[in-house]
Design a protein around this ligand. Structure first.
Ligand SMILES: *Cc1c(COP(=O)(O)O)cnc(C)c1O
Length: 215
């Protein structure tokens, strides 16, 4: 378990960037990891985790929450509208708000349930056809549309193309967030979280560097 090592690297990168540690949230991405790797991180006191799939999270976290108490759980992967209600009951934040239909569904359910997880709009910064997310050119309009539905959009999320320097994508995401008055930036994974911190990341999504390679 190298949670403490990653925390040290986060602290160091924050210091280098002249940023306060507390402005950076380390999300431990536990998707596809065996219990034997997740429990030590819970036992170490970490209480912020990320999952990719509603179904998988629903199968693990009620038990772990029963044993360890309150845990902040963030959904990082794509969300189908027919799973939205279940997701809203399970997660404190959703990083993958990526289309108007999902926004409308979340808004309707938020009205009905009287609460809504914190939301990040996923932006397809690399304009990759196979990847989810709002196109950069459409981001301002979509953010305004979601806010018009009273959705609690607080930030943006991106997954840069694997074969490109992530720094430019992080910078683009930060720029879109700044001009829309959004304070949260979900960016940076195991291989590039220090770069993301230098570009203003507030939510790091780190899986394999904490837990080891996924099976
Ligand atoms: C799996 C995943 C991560 C974590 O990736 P690592 O490379 O293991 O750190 C982060 N964000 C999303 C959206 C993911 O699906």
């Amino acid at each position: 378990m190298s949670l403490s090592e990653i925390q040290q690297r986060v602290t160091l990168a924050a210091r280098k960037a002249g940023r306060a540690d507390e402005s950076i949230h380390l999300i431990a991405v536990s998707k596809e990891q065996p219990e034997s790797r997740v429990l030590p991180v819970l036992e170490a006191g970490h209480r912020l985790f990320g999952e990719n799939r509603v179904q998988e999270a629903a199968g693990k976290w009620p038990d772990w929450r029963g044993r360890f108490g309150e845990v902040d759980l963030h959904l990082l992967g794509p969300l189908q509208t027919n799973k939205a209600r279940q997701a809203m009951g399970l997660f404190q934040a959703i990083h993958s708000l990526d289309r108007p239909k999902l926004a409308r569904t979340l808004a309707r359910l938020a009205q009905e349930m009287g609460s809504c997880p914190q939301l990040f709009v996923q932006v397809n910064t690399g304009v990759e056809p196979q990847k989810a997310g709002i196109l950069p050119a459409e981001a301002d309009a979509f953010i305004a549309e979601a806010r018009g539905m009273d959705l609690p959009v607080t930030g943006l999320m991106c997954l840069p193309p694997v074969d490109e320097d992530p720094a430019a994508h992080f910078a683009l995401l930060a720029q879109i967030a700044a001009r829309n008055g959004l304070s949260d930036l979900s960016m940076g994974m195991s291989d590039d979280f220090e770069t993301a911190i230098a570009r203003g990341a507030t939510h790091l999504r780190v899986g394999s560097a904490i837990f080891g390679a996924r099976r």
